[in-house]
Design a protein. Structure first.
Length: 161
């Protein structure tokens, strides 16, 4: 990556960054605090954006990752290897029948989370743990590690995957 810096006497400073795609990103910071951002190709301006000092600082925070840090691909793969989503059918005689998620303390006891209840094709996303009663025949869509899902199955009694 090639970054060039040039003084603009009486005006401010100019920074140029050659981008991998072949374009050039040019930032001019004026002594007044105004900033202009240019995207150039072969010295010709394709885009010209004027930013206030505040807009520039906010953009800088965003670009620097101060407001959001994406998860690196290798870290995401590690997370996805450990987390599974499972569909669990609540059968007749299950410990879950006619109880709420809160009554069962599923998250506290197993670490797994019910993210959707499929009730005969009607989806109940993010079910309220205190209001939503689990019924016989419901299919619970659960997220957790394999061990957490196994603990949930033990707690459920009569459930199948």
């Amino acid at each position: 990556m090639n970054i060039r810096e040039a003084d603009l006497p009486g005006i401010g400073k100019k920074f140029s960054l050659e981008l991998r795609c072949g374009l050039e990103l040019v930032l001019v910071i004026y002594n007044s605090g105004k900033r202009e951002l240019f995207i150039q190709e072969d010295g010709e301006n394709l885009i010209n954006i004027e930013l206030t000092e505040e807009e520039s600082k906010n953009l800088g925070f965003i670009l620097a990752g101060a407001l959001y840090q994406p998860i690196r691909q290798d870290r995401m793969e590690l997370i996805l290897k450990q987390v599974v989503i499972e569909w669990i059918k609540v059968e007749k005689g299950s410990n879950f029948c006619n109880k709420t998620i809160a009554d069962l303390e599923i998250r506290r006891k197993t670490g797994a989370s019910i993210i959707v209840i499929d009730r005969n094709g009607d989806m109940i996303p993010s079910p309220d743990p205190y209001k939503q009663v689990i019924l016989e025949g419901d299919t619970l869509i659960v997220v957790g590690t394999r061990n957490q899902i196994q603990e949930l199955l033990k707690l459920c009694g009569r459930c199948s995957t």
